[in-house]
Design a protein. Structure first.
Ligand code: M6R
Length: 608
C-alpha cells in the first residue's frame, strides 16, 4: 500500500533509495519516483509509471549526486497511475519534496482552500495537498512547519519530507500508516517496512502513531504530536537479508510455498513442551483466561480465512463459541463484545488498517485483544494485549502462502493453550494434538514432492474463464482460500463454496469453462462431498479433486485427482491448502503472469 523510503548519509542516495524501493515494490507498483538533494543543489525529482524497472530506465545515465533523498512506490488510491500522480510531490518553488503513504480524507476541502490561495495542483492525488499546505505554512524551519500542518490533516499518513532550505535534515511523521527509522554509522534511513533497509542496517526504531522525527546524519529526535520529546527505543531485527532474496526460485511466491515445512517447525518451536502450549507473549491472567466464554476473530483476506479455520478448530475442540468478522465490517457494525470475551486479530503484516481499527474498536469494550501476527514490532503487535508471533519470516509474495500456514499453526497452539488453561482438553487429547502438529512439517514436505504432478493437473484450468472450489467443515475456508489465491495471481474468476451449497445456485455456473476443484480428502463428511462431486459430474462439469492417498473411488468420478497424505480432518487444512497454492501459482505461470506482483494489489493494505 505504497512504500516510502528516505536516506541521509554518505552513501549514494540514488542507490540506497532504488534498492529500498525494490524491496518495497510488493507494497505497490503503479508508479515510482525519487527526489534527491545535494548540499548546494536544488531538489532533483525523477518519476516513472509502472513497475520500478521503468524508474531504473529513467535514472540510467543520470548523474544524481547528493546525500539526502526520499523515494516512493505507489499503489494508487486517488488519481490513476501516471507520472503526474507519482510521488514525490514538490512545492511550486521546488523547495520542498514529500512522499506519503496513507489517505488524507479531508483533501478535497484542503485543496479548495489552497486553490483559493492561488496554489496550482499538478496531480489528482490527496498527497499533493500536504506539500502545498506545508509550503503555505512554511516558517523556514521544516520540523516546526510539519508540526503546524499535521493537526490539519485528517486520515492516515506516513510521510517523508526534505527541504532545500535545510539540506541536512530529513523529517518523517506517521499516523495510521507504518514507518520505521533505520540507524547506521553517521547515516539514517526511513522506510515503510524493515526489508527496505535491511541491506544496510538491522538497528531500527518503530515510530508510534503521532510521532514526528527529525533525522540528521549524526542526530535523531522524536516527538509526539504535542511536541514532547520522546526517548528512542532501538530494536535489533533478526531477519536476514537472505529472506529478501529469491534463493534460486523464479518467484518469491514459489520460494515461500517451499518454505512452509520450515515455517511450521519454526512456529511450533519453543511453543510446545510435552503436551502443553507455551505462549510467553500471552499477558492474560489465569482468571481472565478462565473467564473467557466467547471469542471474536477479526481479520482480512487470507488472514480472515485462517480465522474461519480457527473457528472450526476451537469450536470443535473447546466448544467455545467463536465469531469471525471481516475487519472492514467489524468496526462499523457496533460489535457486541463483553469484557470477558477474547478478541483475536489475525494479520501477517500487523499493519492492515481495517484490522488495526478492529483492534482499537475491541479495546474500547474493555475486552482483552491479542494478535496473531507475523511482523515483529508492527503496530497491531505493539497495541494488542499480547501477540502470538507466527515466525513465518519475511513474506514478499503479494499472495500470502507461508504466513497463512503459520497462522493455522498458531491457532492450533492457541487451542491447545486455552484447552489446558481452561481444563477442557485432557492429557490424552493434548497428546494427540501435539503428535499430529509435529507430523505436519514432514507431511507438507510430501505435498511439495508432488509439485510436478500438481503442475500437470493445473492444466484443467487452461481454458477456464471461471472456477468453483468446494470444501466442507474444516475445509470450507480452505476452498475460499484456494479461490482467493487463484483470483489474485491468475485472474481466473473463482468462487469458494461449502460443498453442500453448490446445488443451491452456484452449480448453474458449471460448464466446460468453469471446472470444479473439490476438497474430498477423508473426513466425517467425505461421502457427502462425493455426492456433491457426482452432482457436478452429472452435469458434465470438469473435476479436479484433492483426495487421500489410496482412495480409488474418487478417481472414478473425477477427471483429475491429486493424492495427499492421510491425516485427521482436524489438521487437514494445513495439508490441503498447499496443492491449492501450487494450482494458483501454475495457473498464473501458464498464463505468463507476474506472480509476485499481481495487478491492482499491494501486500500491505494500510488504508481503509
Ligand atoms: O497483512 P494482513 O494479513 O493483515 O493482510 C490481510 C490481507 O490484505 C491479505 O491476506 C490479502 O488478502 C493477501 N493478498 C492474500 O493473499
Amino acid at each position: 500500500m505504497c512504500g516510502i523510503v528516505g536516506y541521509i548519509g554518505e552513501k549514494s542516495p540514488k542507490e540506497v533509495l532504488y534498492s529500498g524501493l525494490s524491496k518495497l515494490e510488493y507494497r505497490g507498483y503503479d508508479s515510482a519516483g525519487i527526489s534527491i538533494l545535494g548540499k548546494e543543489q536544488e531538489i532533483q525529482t525523477y518519476k516513472s509509471v509502472g513497475k520500478l524497472a521503468n524508474l531504473r530506465e529513467v535514472l540510467k545515465g543520470v548523474e544524481v549526486s547528493g546525500h539526502i533523498g526520499i523515494g516512493h512506490t505507489r499503489w494508487a488510491t486517488h488519481g490513476v497511475p501516471s507520472t503526474k500522480n507519482s510521488h514525490p510531490h514538490n512545492s511550486k518553488s521546488n523547495k520542498l519534496s514529500l512522499v506519503h503513504n496513507g489517505i488524507i480524507e479531508n483533501y478535497a476541502e484542503l485543496r479548495e482552500e489552497l486553490v483559493n490561495k492561488g496554489y496550482e495542483f499538478l496531480s489528482d492525488t490527496d498527497t499533493e495537498v500536504i506539500v502545498h499546505l506545508l509550503d503555505a505554512n512554511f516558517t523556514g524551519n521544516l520540523v516546526e512547519s510539519v508540526f503546524k500542518i499535521l493537526p490539519i490533516l485528517e486520515g492516515a499518513y506516513a510521510i517523508g519530507v526534505i527541504s532545500s532550505d535545510e539540506p541536512d535534515l530529513l523529517v518523517a511523521a506517521r499516523k495510521g500508516s507504518p514507518l520505521v527509522i533505520g540507524l547506521g554509522e553517521n547515516e539514517k534511513y526511513i522506510a515503510s517496512d524493515v526489508p527496505a533497509i535491511l541491506e544496510y542496517t538491522n538497528r531500527v526504531i518503530f515510530l508510534e502513531d503521532g510521532d514526528v522525527a527529525s533525522l540528521k546524519q549524526d542526530e535523531i529526535k522524536i516527538w509526539d504530536l504535542e511536541k514532547n520529546e520522546k526517548s528512542t527505543e532501538e530494536t535489533e531485527i533478526e531477519w536476514d537479508l537472505e529472506a529478501a532474496e529469491k534463493g534460486g526460485y523464479e518467484y518469491f511466491t514459489l520460494k515461500e510455498i517451499h518454505e512452509q515445512p520450515r515455517v511450521i517447525a519454526e512456529t511450533l518451536k519453543g511453543k510446545i513442551k510435552g503436551n502443553s502450549a507455551i505462549i510467553e507473549e500471552m499477558t492474560l491472567t489465569k482468571e481472565e483466561l478462565e473467564n473467557i466464554t466467547k471469542i471474536h476473530m477479526v481479520a482480512c483476506g487470507t488472514s480472515y480465512h485462517a480465522a474461519l479455520v480457527g473457528k472450526a478448530i476451537i469450536e470443535q475442540e473447546l466448544r467455545i463459541p467463536v465469531e469471525v468478522e471481516v475487519a472492514s465490517e467489524f468496526r462499523y457494525k457496533n460489535p457486541i463484545i463483553n469484557k470477558t470475551d477474547l478478541v483475536i486479530l489475525i494479520s501477517q503484516s500487523g499493519e492492515t488498517a481495517d484490522t488495526l481499527a478492529g483492534l482499537r474498536e475491541a479495546k474500547k469494550s474493555g475486552a482483552k485483544a491479542i494478535g496473531i501476527i507475523n511482523v515483529m514490532g508492527s503496530t497491531i503487535s505493539r497495541e494488542a494485549d499480547g501477540t502470538i508471533y507466527t515466525n513465518a519470516g519475511l513474506e514478499i509474495g503479494v499472495a500470502s502462502t507461508k504466513a497463512f500456514i503459520a497462522q493455522l499453526i498458531a491457532l492450533y497452539i492457541l487451542t491447545l493453550y486455552l484447552g489446558e488453561k481452561k481444563n477442557i482438553l485432557d492429557d490424552k487429547r493434548r497428546n494427540y494434538i501435539v503428535e499430529n502438529l509435529k507430523k505436519l512439517p514432514n507431511m507438507v514436505e510430501k505435498v511439495l514432492d508432488i509439485e510436478e504432478d500438481i503442475k500437470l493437473k493445473t492444466r484443467v484450468l487452461d481454458s477456464a474463464r471461471s472456477s468453483m472450489f468446494i470444501g466442507r467443515n474444516m475445509n470450507t475456508a480452505i476452498a475460499y482460500e484456494g479461490a482467493l489465491k487463484l483470483k489474485e495471481i491468475s485472474y481466473i474468476h473463482a468462487e469458494g463454496y461449502q460443498s453442500g451449497e453448490l446445488k443451491h445456485g452456484p452449480i448453474a455456473m458449471i460448464s466446460e469453462e468453469c471446472p470444479l476443484i473439490a476438497i474430498a480428502t477423508k473426513s466425517d463428511t467425505y461421502e457427502k462431498v462425493k455426492s456433491n462431486i457426482e452432482e457436478v459430474r452429472a452435469r458434465s462439469g470438469k473435476i479436479l479433486a484433492l483426495a487421500t492417498l489410496g482412495d480409488e473411488e474418487i478417481s472414478k468420478i473425477s477427471d483429475e485427482v491429486i493424492y495427499l497424505p492421510e491425516i485427521d480432518e482436524l489438521f487437514s487444512p494445513v495439508i490441503n491448502v498447499v496443492p491449492l497454492q501450487f494450482i494458483a501459482y501454475y495457473a498464473a505461470i501458464n498464463r505468463g503472469l507476474d506472480v509476485d506482483k499481481p495487478r491492482n494489489l499491494a501486500k500491505s493494505v494500510t488504508v481503509e
